[in-house]
Each structure stands twice: as C-alpha cells, then as structure tokens.
Design a protein. Structure first.
Length: 215
C-alpha cells in the first residue's frame, strides 16, 4: 500500500529505539496519522544524532536505554545540536531517577511503551506545540520526586529574573553564565516545580513564597 501523502505542516518525527520491532511498529502507527510524518528511524542515540544533523525533525520519540549511549546523554546532545527539536521519551523504565534525569536533560514528555496510540499521538502534538506532556501516572511519580527536591540558590535567581520578564539569553548575561546553562537551570526549575512552562514555574514559585514580584 502506498504511503499516505502528507501536507507541508505535518509534524516531522524521528523514532529512536534499538529494537527493530518497536521501530517498525511505531513507524507504521505514526505514519497512519494525517498530521504526522516519520522522517527516520534510528537504532541508537549516535545514529539519531547523525540523522538530526542531516534532517532536523520537529519531534524525536526516543527510548532511554540503548547500547551505545544512554538516552539522557542523547537528549542533551540532541538539544545542543538542535534546540528547537522537542524530545519525547517512550520507554519501559519508570524509576524516579530516569524520569527526573530525562526531564532535567530537556525532554518535553515522558511516556511508557504501554501507552495507547491515541495518547502517544496527542503527546507528539503537544510537545510539538512546546507543551510538556506527562500522563497522570508519571505526574504522580514526579510529584513524589520533586517534593524531595529543593531549588538551588542559582535556580531561584533564574526564576527571579524570569519573573521580571527576562529571556534565557538575558538571564545568562546578567548571571554571567552561558545560554545553555541558563536553559538547563530553567528546565530544572520546571521539573522541580512540576510546571509545564516558565510562566507556570514563576507563578508556582511566587505562590510557594520562593520568590516575590518585588525581588
């Protein structure tokens, strides 16, 4: 059967998983969606990095455990190479450390491989729109994790500047740190505060008394 012709606005997805059956299944599933087109299927993080260099996708759907490079390391490298690409984790691993490290590395969503097709598609669409996607089960786990995590003094400084309307680039300049470090601090704030974006992170920090508008 001929592959469905997609419009120019279709979300370009790169699949990264070391299991051939999973790659084929995900490709077949996602290519059946009118608004999604699969641009490639890599069997390792290293291969995904080369794919992104050649043809940057909108969303990378990737596993965390692969033979050549850990998924978290892969996420950080993909974000470095292509900051506009959104990373959505799809894995069998639900341990606290995996969830926290993946989100702090820059993943916009975290799904388990038991997730139904409709929810995977919804997650792809949401992270493409720069919205974090976490199913309730993962949100509950994350809430338990972040309840034990405290913001560092540097993260509070970043939030104070964000509350004044500064961009990550401006925050980096004021704190004499790199743009990448500023982004990483903000990503960590989102995870620790359970926020989906910087506005929600600032609002939550104010409500908790961590920062004040007059800071």
């Amino acid at each position: 059967m001929a592959r469905q012709r997609k419009g120019p606005d279709a979300i370009r997805v790169l699949i990264v998983d070391d299991h051939p059956v999973v790659r084929v299944g995900l490709r077949t599933m996602l290519d059946s969606e009118e608004k999604i087109t699969v641009t490639g299927a890599a069997e390792s993080a290293a291969e995904a990095i080369e794919e992104v260099k050649q043809q940057p996708p909108d969303v990378v759907l990737m596993d965390l455990r692969m033979p050549d490079m850990e998924g978290v390391e892969g996420i950080m490298e993909l974000r470095r190479l292509c900051p506009d690409t959104r990373i959505l984790v799809l894995t069998n691993y639900e341990a606290d450390d995996y969830i926290l490290r993946a989100l702090q590395a820059g993943a916009m969503g975290y799904l388990l491989k038991s997730t139904p097709q409709a929810e995977i598609v919804r997650a792809v669409e949401m992270v493409h729109d720069n919205q974090r996607y976490l199913p309730e089960r993962i949100k509950d786990r994350l809430a338990e994790i972040v309840s034990r995590e405290e913001l560092t003094q540097r993260e509070i400084e970043v939030l104070r500047l964000a509350a004044r309307g500064h961009t990550n680039k401006e925050i980096a300049q004021q704190l004499f740190i790199s743009d990448k470090t500023a982004r990483n601090h903000m990503a960590s704030c989102l995870v620790k505060l359970g926020a989906s974006d910087r506005t929600e992170a600032v609002t939550t920090a104010i409500k908790r008394g961590l920062i004040q508008l007059a800071d």
